[in-house]
Design a protein around this ligand. Structure first.
Ligand SMILES: [Zn+2]
Length: 308
């Protein structure tokens, strides 16, 4: 089950052209660039889906979007794909989203509960719309002076309405590092069980980059804090967008220079060195679980398993 993946991770295949030069309020300007309009509804960090034989994203096309345009307090221009312009349409202000006369059988759901059931490209679109709606809803006031902010550039910027301040606010993405650490002398890797994980899931060590810190230092610090292991040869591998609400996971490999595990900061309940066979067996037992498929953690582990 660790092999044969046709994709790397979820949310990493957002192929639309973001077309930043078209981020304006006037939709008529877009009409010269796009032949079709598609709207991705969001409500309080959830996306609109329908469940038939399997879950599907509900993307609202052109003329069917009357109910959505009537209720949306924010339209976010996401980008172009072929001749279609994509917009996020947020109706979070409604206490009950069914007041918006949703399409039959459709309801709002947390994307993370559905992601692997929806194709990766669509999941990327939904995550993008959800992340920008979240950012806008959480930046209604200026962080410098406290005045109300207004949406600019089709949802990609917010401007403080206090003329004496006038600060522009932009969506932020918080970098987090995630790393597979290998044993200095044996064919083993370091995995930990986080107290926040459901079940006895073991995963690679991860943590947020702190202000003034390089990515490499963040890797070394997090591994040291969470497992007591010192590391060297810290090398970047790949990244996975994780806009829940605003992260990007930066994947690294590192080599341990020490072996004695000590979960100093209690973020991890337990950490262990695993052989390749022990990692493979994890998927077959109910006692321990590997990271979810299509996560960058799983991808880092799979790459190491394939090196045998
Ligand atoms: Zn301000």
């Amino acid at each position: 089950m660790f092999r044969g993946m046709s994709q790397r991770f979820y949310f990493d295949r957002l192929i639309m052209e973001r077309a930043a030069h078209l981020r304006r309020q006037e939709q008529d300007i877009l009409s010269s660039e796009a032949h079709h309009f598609t709207y991705i509804p969001t409500w309080q960090d959830k996306n609109l889906v329908s469940v038939g034989s399997e879950p599907a994203a509900v993307l609202v096309r052109g003329d069917d979007a009357g109910w959505l345009k009537k209720n949306a307090t924010l339209m976010i221009f996401l980008g172009l794909d072929g001749g279609t312009a994509y917009f996020g349409a947020d109706i979070s202000h409604l206490e009950d989203p069914t007041a918006a006369e949703l399409p039959k059988g459709a309801f709002f759901e947390d994307l993370r509960r559905l992601a692997t059931a929806i194709d990766n490209e669509t999941a990327g679109y939904l995550a993008y719309a959800r992340a920008l709606a979240h950012w806008n809803r959480n930046h209604l006031y200026c962080g410098r002076c406290g005045a109300v902010t207004e949406s600019r550039k089709s949802g990609h910027e917010r401007l403080c309405t206090n003329k004496a301040c006038g600060r522009s606010h932009f969506p932020r993405t918080d970098p987090a590092v995630i790393m597979l650490v290998t044993h200095p002398t044996e064919e083993k890797c370091l995995l930990g069980h986080n107290k926040r994980f459901e079940g006895l899931r073991f995963s690679t060590v991860a943590g947020f980059v702190e202000p003034g810190e390089s990515l490499e230092h963040a890797v070394a610090r997090e591994v040291k804090e969470e497992t007591g292991i010192d590391t060297t040869d810290i090398i970047y591998q790949a990244s996975q967008p994780w806009p829940f609400p605003a992260s990007i996971m930066l994947g690294f490999r590192a080599t341990g220079t020490t072996t004695e595990i000590n979960c100093i900061d209690e973020e991890l309940v337990e950490a262990r060195w695993f052989t390749r066979d022990e990692v493979r067996d994890m998927a077959g037992t109910k006692d321990m679980l590997p990271p979810a498929q299509y996560s960058i953690s799983r991808w880092l582990i799979d790459a190491w398993l394939d090196e045998e």
